[in-house]
Design a binder for this molecule. Sequence first.
Ligand code: PMP
Length: 372
Amino acid sequence: MSEADLTRSERPQPRAGVMEIAAYVPGKSKGTHGKTLHKLSSNETPLGASPKAKAAIETVAHNLELYPDGAANELRDAIAETYGLHPDRIICGAGSDEILSFLAYAYLGAGDEAIYSEHGFLIYDIAIRAAGATPVVAPETDLKTDVDAILARVSDKTKMVFIANPNNPTGTYLPFEEVKRLHEGLPAHVLLVLDAAYGEYVRKNDYESGIELAATSDNVVMTRTFSKVYGLANLRIGWGFGPSHIIDALNRIRGPFNVSGMAIAAGIAAVQDREFLTRAVEHNDEWLPWVTAELEKLGLKVTPSVGNFVLVHFPDEDGKRAADADAYLLQHGCVLRQVANYGLPNALRMTVGSEEANRTVVEHLKTFLGQA
Ligand code: PMP
């Protein structure tokens, strides 16, 4: 009997909802014909990783046969010291994606609802559905998270709210006053997840990554990552900070050795290399406004961003749409990100790259738009 002949009941079936998950589509890494000049599709840093983090990995390379410290004690200590937190209230994961999944698996199940924002990071949708729960999408206003829209969607079934602050792919942020208003409007049993993957890049006085709220509330967790400003995306390290009772629950479902020894060693060195971090943030301070201004000079609309990327909107005109621009740039080895799956069919997301990458993309877009 061929596989096609098997009836559904004769083969293993995933849990309800799993087949409704749209698998995450990562940013492309190659231009047309395999040519890549500049990869600006996954919000990776153009500065690479701290040399100290690279050196730290080498020390672990001599002991690949040994399991890592599953609790990542030294990494949690280093993070705690840097950010002024208690290490017992930190959990490390294989990327912050893993922490987001732990939260969903530990706190959501069939019949529960979790809310995220219209153009919010798509891992939330995946994590919610994978846990068997139902995603509820709150509309945004001007591509910004709308606190009232979220609060209006809280029901008896709501168990969790996910906010990326700043948000990917829009680059917009919620001022801390708004985050507090959201928190105050939520019932105490609803868990508020503040995903600050791009928190280090934000230069706004009214922004707070969520440390204060997670430190003082029973229902707030903040997640962070080493993948962006620290340049360690390849190693997969992220962390969460929250009340002890939540960290305890997450630790119970965490794989015993979920973070590798190399990731731990590199993470410790990276979080202690403040000079490198400052340079990475300063690079963004210089080039985020430059990229924004240059794209606007071409007549493109750019959503004001506080992250290390910009959302660029293209004309609704044959041959000039986002998909056309993407194809053109790919031909020239510049890889940006289409964001149609985020409900933004006529925009591209561009990571702020090296000076050369930024200038090259702007030049190509100038030609593409017939302005060269
Ligand atoms: N949150 C947001 C908003 C992101 O953009 C990303 C990376 N794309 C992540 C979390 C996850 O990053 P990582 O798993 O590499 O820590």
